[in-house]
Design a protein around this ligand. Sequence first.
Ligand SMILES: [Zn+2]
Length: 274
Amino acid sequence: MAYLFIPAVLVFILILMWLYAGPFFKGMPVLVYHKISSTKQPDYYTVAASRMREHLEYITKKGYNTIFISDMIDYIEKGKPLPPKPLMIALEDGFRDSYTDVYPMLKEFNCKANIFIVAGFVQTPDNLGPRAEGEFLHVDEAKLMGKDLVEYGLHTMYHHNYGVISPEEMDEDMRISKKRLDELGIPYQPCFAYPYAAYNKNDPAKKQAMFDVLKKHGVRYAFKCGDRLNNMSFKGNMFLLKRLTVNGNYTMQQFKLTLMGLIRITQRLERILK
Ligand SMILES: [Zn+2]
């Protein structure tokens, strides 16, 4: 039976690759980071600053070119070419370490990043907001980064879960989060990221209502998570663009597999072979 086993495993791997890494040969990775810390222990949402430096070193060495959301939009809407091996870095929520830890590294490696910013968490001198622990970006820091290596996308007013709130509440949330960013003078792209990666996957009616709310507010692109790459043809639903979660516990090898859109298939195989 052994002579059957090996081809069967190979076919199985090819099927999984086709399912999970279809765009692997010509896809655009969007890496998602949350917290980056030089002091805190790594966990799912916290990548060590030293490890992020290794990531940036690696992608630079491998010839990836980091792009802004606006570069992706110009490519999709105007056919403006992207650099070879385009890659998008997404920083979630607007934590202050995006400025203290990441921004110096972006400058050092000349990399671009995109922050999906929670509008109500941005700190200002007269209003420190509901989360005033110094954990989130100050408005001046956000604006400074916005001058060269950072673009912003929308990520709700107070990190609301769009899988839980109603379309009417989403509508109001979009209105006030855009208003706050406008008032603070933080420019943003017509792009949104679903907090908690909640996009009403199993409720088609609510999902469509959510897309309608996003459209009403001028959003043309939205990102979920899911360990896959975006096909460079960008056919399909622009409100379900894919991103790759960078788990703070990953080894460099697991990061490389994530970047190729192969982490899920690898983890699946590991579970099967255990
Ligand atoms: Zn978030």
